[in-house]
Every structure is written in structure tokens, then in C-alpha cells.
Design a protein around this ligand. Structure first.
Ligand code: 8YV
Length: 330
């Protein structure tokens, strides 16, 4: 932007960390959502109508309906988050709207949460905690609260991107053998570092691993990648962990199989219809359910906010923003 032009109107759809909001107020004509109430589709239409830049999060559905009503000034959607499945990228491109995200800064936090679930489910951490809190624990016994050993098991990672690789590094420290399925085989150096076994066929990998971790983005190609048919390929002692997007798994089929004892357990941080949780899952003891908190660290949120600011600033200064999202990436 030329120095004397008005500050860009930046509409932020949710409450962000104070320091990020303050900086946005200094740099932009920022419109904040201080009470953090999720915007309705009608409010999003209104926001897209007045904004030069829209800053949505995963809880906003930026679909063709909203984009088609956006004002002429809306030129950038600087999403606060890495996943972009809540944004209609094609319509955005057709309307000349640039989209950015915040990759990289939530890799380690999300990998930590994934590893926490990989440990928590086979070792029955949440069940044990519930036992103690409900006063149902009557003392140690040799056969009490037996779970399954992590060390020596096979982990199948679906999606060996940044987060998948960070999960693999942690998993190796816990004695897990790393297997993975990815659209493309990763570079030999990375495969060697992770001592990872590549499976071109997801079906083949599923039949052989003890724990599956979903770490791929949700795209049209990965919707229900773990379909009922594929879930059946897992052996009954297998565990499923998902910190990516609920839509990658057929949640109904998963719940049914868990209830029927056809799978040993699941650790889920994400769900198909957030914040609604499949009632069948809520009844099961062998699942750990978390409220989409994989990247929820103060440090992570600050880094994400910084990235959003850098993307906006670079863009309004007339440069290509560092985290531009292209449809071909997904
Ligand atoms: C974020 C996420 O909390 O970045 C992502 O893709 O799933 C989460 O970890 C959320 O998306 C913020 O919009």
C-alpha cells in the first residue's frame, strides 16, 4: 500500500491472543470479535462485504455462498490455521482472492498431542484417570488396568508431511517401527532418518500395523479415506488416532467397529461434525476424546497470529505473501 492510503480493513472472525490483536490494531483497521462468538453465515457475508482482508479460523465455513457475495475490496483471506478445508479455494481463485494459512508453527504441538494419544489409548490413561476420580479404584492388583505395550509395535502414519514426520521422530523414541502411506514417497534422506517403511498401498499398510495415525489434510481425495471398507482391514487389536480432520475417517463406521470390538480403541482430537460428537463414541471406554486441541498452546497461537500478520502485511505492501495456498497443494 502507498504510505498515505487508508489502512486495510481486516475482519478477524474469532478472539485471538491479546498481543496479536493489539499489533493488528496498530497496523490495520482491524475489526475484532472480542466476545469470541462464532459468526453466523449471515455475519460472515457481512464481514466479507466490508473487509479488505478476512481472517477466519477452522470454525468458519468460507464457501461459495459467502465468497460470491464478497465485496470488491476483499482480496485476501489470511486464515488463522494450517488446514484450509473450510475455505472454497476454487471460488476464491476465480474471484481473484488470495488465500494464506499458517503452516509449520503448529507442527511440534500437534505431533506432541498425537503422541500423547498414541500413548494414552493403548495404556488406558483416560480410563485410569476416570477410575481414580470416581472413587472406583480399590487398590493395585496384578491384573488391574492392563493395557498394551507401545514398544515394539508398528505405527502406520497416513500423510508424511511436516506433522507426520514429527510424529515419526517421537514414535521412534518410544520404540515404534514407523510405516507410512503418502501420496508420494518422501525423500530417501527423510525415510532413512525415520527408518520408515513406505506403503504405496494404504490397504496393504493397514492390514499390518498396530496403531494408525491420521496426519494428512482433509481434501476431496482424503474424505473418508479410512472408509468402512478400509477400517475393516485393520486387525481387531489395532488402535486409531486422529489429530487431523474428522472427515478423513468414516466416524460412524469407526464408532460401530469400536463398539463391536472389531477395533481396540481410538484417540480422537477431531470429529466429522464438530463440535457435535457421535453419541456412540461418548459411550465407549476405549476411546479418548479431545476438543480439537492438538495445536492449542499459547506459544503456537502467538506464532500463528504472527504468521497471519506477516501474510497480511506482505500482501498489502504489494508482495507475494509467504504462506500463499494454491489449490494444487491440496
Ligand atoms: C487450529 C487446525 O487450531 O490449523 C489447523 O488446521 O486444525 C488447528 O490446529 C485451527 O485450525 C485454527 O483455525
Amino acid at each position: 500500500m502507498a504510505p498515505n492510503r487508508r489502512k486495510p480493513v481486516v475482519v478477524v472472525t474469532r478472539k485471538l491472543p491479546d498481543a496479536i490483536e493489539t499489533r493488528m490494531m496498530e497496523l490495520f483497521d482491524a475489526r475484532l470479535n472480542l466476545d469470541d462468538r462464532k459468526m453466523t453465515q449471515a455475519q460472515l457475508v457481512e464481514a466479507a462485504g466490508i473487509a479488505d482482508v478476512l481472517v477466519p479460523t477452522v470454525t468458519d465455513r468460507i464457501d461459495a455462498g459467502i465468497l460470491s457475495k464478497s465485496g470488491v475490496n476483499l482480496k485476501l483471506i489470511a486464515s488463522f490455521g494450517t488446514g484450509v478445508d473450510h475455505i472454497d479455494l476454487k471460488t476464491a481463485r476465480q474471484r481473484g482472492i488470495t488465500v494464506t494459512n499458517t503452516p509449520g508453527v503448529l507442527t511440534e504441538d500437534t505431533a506432541d498431542m498425537t503422541m500423547a494419544l498414541i500413548l494414552a489409548v493403548p495404556r488406558r490413561l483416560a480410563e485410569g484417570e476416570r477410575l481414580v476420580r470416581t472413587g472406583e479404584w480399590h487398590g493395585w492388583s496384578p491384573t488391574g488396568m492392563l493395557g498394551h505395550r507401545i514398544w515394539g509395535k508398528r505405527l502406520g502414519i497416513i500423510g508424511m508431511g511436516r506433522i507426520g514426520a514429527a510424529v515419526a521422530r517421537r514414535a521412534r523414541g518410544f520404540g515404534l517401527a514407523v510405516h507410512y502411506h503418502n501420496r508420494r514417497r518422501v525423500m530417501t534422506e527423510l525415510e532413512t532418518e525415520l527408518d520408515a517403511t513406505y506403503w504405496e498401498s494404504l490397504d496393504q499398510m493397514l492390514a499390518r500395523v498396530d496403531i494408525v495415525s491420521v496426519n494428512c489434510p482433509h481434501t476431496p481425495a482424503t474424505y473418508h479415506l479410512l472408509s468402512a471398507r478400509r477400517l475393516k482391514m485393520l486387525r481387531p487389536h489395532a488402535f486409531v488416532v486422529n489429530t487431523s480432520r474428522g472427515e478423513v475417517i468414516d466416524e460412524n463406521a469407526l464408532a460401530r467397529m469400536l463398539a463391536a470390538g472389531e477395533l481396540a480403541g481410538a484417540g480422537l482430537d477431531v470429529f466429522e461434525n464438530e463440535p457435535a460428537i457421535n453419541p456412540k463414541l461418548l459411550k465407549l471406554d476405549n476411546v479418548v476424546l479431545l476438543p480439537h486441541m492438538g495445536s492449542a498452546t499459547i506459544e503456537g497461537r502467538m506464532d500463528m497470529g504472527e504468521k497471519v500478520i506477516i501474510n497480511i502485511k506482505t500482501f498489502v505492501d504489494g508482495h507475494s505473501p509467504p504462506d500463499r495456498v494454491l489449490e494444487a497443494m491440496f
